[in-house]
Design a protein around this ligand. Sequence first.
Ligand code: SAM
Ligand code: SF4
Length: 367
Amino acid sequence: MNHLVPIVGNTQWYSPTAAPDVLARHALATSAISSSHFPTTPSQPLTDGFARRLNYLRLSITDFCNFRCEYCLPNGYQGKPPQNELSVTEIATLVRGFAQVGTKKVRITGGEPSIRRDVVDIIKAIKQTQGIETVAMTSNGYKLGKHLADWKKAGLDQINISIDSFDAPTFHKMTGFDMLPQLLKDMDTLLETTDIKLKINSILMAETAFENLMSAIDYVKDRPVTYRFIEFMQTSDNRDLFFAQHAHSDIITDYLLKHGWQTLKRGSSDGPAIEYGHPDYQGRIGMIAPYAAHFCDSCNRLRVSSQGKVHLCLFDQGNYDIRKHLQQDDVAGLVNTLHSFMPIKPAHHQLHDSNSGIMHNLSLIGG
Ligand code: SAM
Ligand code: SF4
């Protein structure tokens, strides 16, 4: 997958054939953070060593989750409730820094972000940041009905709800929660009473793929909703299930193309999903296929954990602590540090080698 070529000026860090080893990258970043010896111009948009513009921040606000999705946290969240999560003030500083380097969209994720009591204040703080155009959230929907109006008022623009099955017993089995009918009702309320843009995420598994596709096609017939399959990604915690259930995205896309659905043109700021539309359907079906060739070529994102660590790739071998900037309200320092990461953002993940780096499961940083 070495198709990305480093841009001139960064070749001292990367070559297309010889990626530096992980320790060297970490040493490089650490020295960059402490000495700030990379010449940077604050406010210059973030562009990595492969000329990818990074204008999208995915921010995990908690590791905690109440669900027990069989591919993510089959035994539920383990350990003590998380402590020392980023405060609203720290998040406000973080987002000001990201906005200065060209971030336009922030997605709040987790764990389960809606579990945090101050999620409304977090949405508000992000929405009020100059330069941020879109505030989105990815959620299991557990609190959707209860808090929809508050989220709307706070400025939430988009929400992605995870629905792994439209069959109530299967949903219960996959998530540990018997709440599909309520969730579907809450989603209809959202569509009827707000202009929040709704998307549905669903993991692509061999066992449920066809049934989910049929139900999704029904669902989007009269609803302006995009239903996206996400190809099952292997992590160190889900190996057995992955080998039993991983299915190739073709099983969905071949069906769509044979049945009158057409690939839609992608906008420059669109995410990694390829979307399909049909003249008789209001909504769309999408596919996120991280195992597909060139998937990472259009990467436009950075991730920050609820403890204030930057993940340059979802499946990187390490992360980078930026919390001191947030604690000190040091936006200028943060901007410099973000620029210093640009030469070391990896070209692509290593999932094809069954290497998910430090990501034991996706609840740590939100998929
Ligand atoms: N709790 C929220 C939720 O479920 O929407 C946000 C966090 S969750 C980790 C974000 C998305 O990642 C969900 O749509 C989930 O289905 C997806 N996900 C989790 N583990 C995955 C895996 N191994 N492969 C593909 N998608 C995964
Ligand atoms: Fe929780 Fe989301 Fe993981 Fe399910 S996918 S266990 S809802 S973090």
